[in-house]
Design a protein around this ligand. Structure first.
Ligand code: DOR
Length: 428
């Protein structure tokens, strides 16, 4: 298949390109990026006038729920949601059932994704067996089978010695350890941020320190081991500051935040809105400000969705019993674009945090529109206004705190390996 994308605003942060250019795709590869490429008779021509043509978005923090929790999401529906949100590659967290802590589960995810997935799926293996925090998982086996990182996401690794060994062990494979920073003793029983709102709602709070002490500990362990530490879903000002100073000292630490942490505050929980129950919890407006500053000055390298689907019966219950998490693949892009409209990020930096930066973290040959690169491309209409209607989402689950909200900007076409997988509302 040959394809020519014409007249778009091509944005390729990796090559410092922001220009009106055409892109010629042959098979699954980008063949040429230049001005005024002539259409060959056999090529499908796509007019991208008024649109942004970006490298396919990469999400390094998705929960696909398969195997084990197919009633929440499957590899099929999760990759459909990804395509609709403009993502061409997603990394799936290991908290499935069984947990992805061995080669068999990794191979299952990859073979199922090859058959049923419509975007690239890159598994993340567990750090410890069963994510129990006790003994290291079969990391070497999982990396050889295709895992791109390890994480016990959903839980902190409470034993610092185990975390140290995990970090040390990964040095042989040059993969990052993705840390879910949470001290389970400090957060125990908590369901939202600890503060004024939790007090007025009568809900048990999770102090920011539950995240911040683990961020500091893991930075110390990264410094001790020289391993690559990546901190997941940063939500608090204190975490941003610790990461900033660690980076200045030369520690190999990177981090991500998620759209809900720079868009919402703990006030979203008022009314006992279980869709705003996430872990780490939504924080205060001072934290949101600090997250934005961290994004702006480069302390926060990556924006990830933390797409965490849950079924209706897991959310439409008492706040204390509801599951943590919200879906995010289909709302991330407009919320990232809000940062550009607010002047927090340039468009180039915003796109970089969802393309080349995650690709570099995981050493993927993706995230760029270079000639010879995989033809994974997202065409974005930055002006398209729409309202989040959960019935129109491709995800199997509907747990979003953004339901009914106005969004601006969306993917109008998602191309994976030279094939159109999504176009204006429809999976192809
Ligand atoms: O809110 C969350 N949901 N945070 C996590 O760390 C895990 C996730 C899930 O798996 O549902």
């Amino acid at each position: 298949m040959r394809m020519l994308i014409k007249n778009g605003r091509v944005l390729d942060p990796a090559n410092n390109i922001d220009d009106s250019l055409d892109i010629f795709i042959e098979g699954n590869i980008i063949k040429k990026v230049a001005k005024g490429i002539k259409a060959e008779a056999s090529a499908k021509v796509i007019d991208a006038k008024g649109k942004i043509v970006a490298p396919g978005l990469i999400d390094i923090h998705t929960h696909l729920r398969e195997p084990g929790f197919e009633y929440k999401e499957t590899i099929r529906t999760g990759t459909m949601a990804a395509a609709a949100g403009g993502f061409t590659a997603i990394c799936c967290m290991p908290n499935t059932n069984p947990i992805n802590d061995n080669r068999a589960v990794t191979e299952f995810i990859l073979s199922k994704s090859a058959k049923e997935g419509i975007v690239n799926v890159l598994p993340i293996g567990a750090i410890t067996k069963g994510s129990q925090g006790k003994a290291l998982a079969e990391i070497s086996d999982m990396v050889n089978a295709g895992c791109v990182a390890i994480s016990d996401d959903g839980k902190g690794v409470m034993d610092a010695e185990v975390m140290r060994r995990g970090l040390e062990y990964t040095k042989a494979f040059d993969i990052p350890v993705i840390a879910h920073c949470e001290d389970a003793n400090l957060s125990s029983g908590g369901v939202m941020n600890e503060g004024f709102a939790s007090t007025t709602l009568g809900l048990r709070g999770i102090p920011k320190a539950a995240e911040e002490v683990m961020v500091v500990r893991d930075i110390a362990l990264a410094e001790l081991t020289g391993a690559r530490l990546h901190i997941a879903h940063v939500s608090s000002a204190g975490s941003v500051e610790s990461i900033r100073t660690a980076k200045k000292r030369g520690v190999k630490v990177t981090c991500e935040t998620c759209p809900h942490y720079f868009t919402l505050t703990e006030d979203a929980v008022i009314g006992y809105n279980t869709n705003a129950k996430v872990n780490p919890p939504l924080r205060t407006k001072e934290d949101v400000k600090a997250i934005k500053e961290g994004l702006k000055d480069g302390t926060i390298d990556i924006i990830a969705s933390d797409h965490a689907p849950h079924a209706v019966h897991e959310k439409e219950i008492e706040f204390d019993y509801a599951s943590f998490g919200m879906i995010g693949l289909e709302t991330s892009l407009p919320l990232i674009l809000n940062l550009v409209r607010e002047g927090v990020l340039t468009l180039k930096d915003a796109i970089a945090k969802a393309t080349i930066n995650p690709a570099r973290l995981l050493k993927l040959k993706k995230g760029t529109l270079s000639e010879g690169a995989d033809a994974d491309i997202t065409i974005i209409d930055p002006e398209s206004e729409w309202v989040v209607d959960v019935n129109n989402l491709k995800s199997k689950s509907k747990n979003t705190a953004f339901a009914g909200m106005k969004m601006k900007g969306r993917a109008v076409m998602t191309i994976v390996g030279g094939k159109i997988v999504y176009e204006t509302g429809d999976i192809k």
